[in-house]
Design a protein around this ligand. Structure first.
Ligand code: FES
Length: 107
């Protein structure tokens, strides 16, 4: 079972194939996912600190290409399936932004 290390948060074992946004939220981190996991809002973005987040789907690549200011290593957590050990940094939460989370992405 892959291990997910959330900087400043818990370390947990995650069932392989779990959508990263859901693993983060279910760990008690109030991550934003304003578009409901449809690769439109980018509020679910995370920094991949270590590990392999897997191939980037075209829909994610196209959306991130429109965000010129983003540092390398940023992924949209709604497009990542946890398949191996990862260390991540959550960048936007309900508490850091004051925004509601948005609809929960589908499994
Ligand atoms: S891009 Fe909107 S939830 Fe991931």
């Amino acid at each position: 079972m892959p291990q997910l290390i959330i900087e400043g948060g818990p370390t947990l074992d995650v069932a392989a194939g779990t959508k990263l946004t859901l693993a983060i939220e279910d760990a008690g981190i109030p991550i934003l996912h304003r578009c409901g996991g449809n690769s439109r809002c980018t509020t679910c973005r995370v920094l991949i600190v270590a590990g392999d987040a897997g191939p980037m789907p075209e829909i994610e690549r196209e959306r991130l290409a429109r965000e010129a200011e983003l540092e390398p290593g940023i992924r949209l957590s709604c497009q990542v399936r946890v398949e191996s050990d990862l260390t991540i940094r959550v960048l936007q939460t309900t508490t850091s932004t004051g925004m509601p989370a948005g609809s929960r992405p589908a499994d």
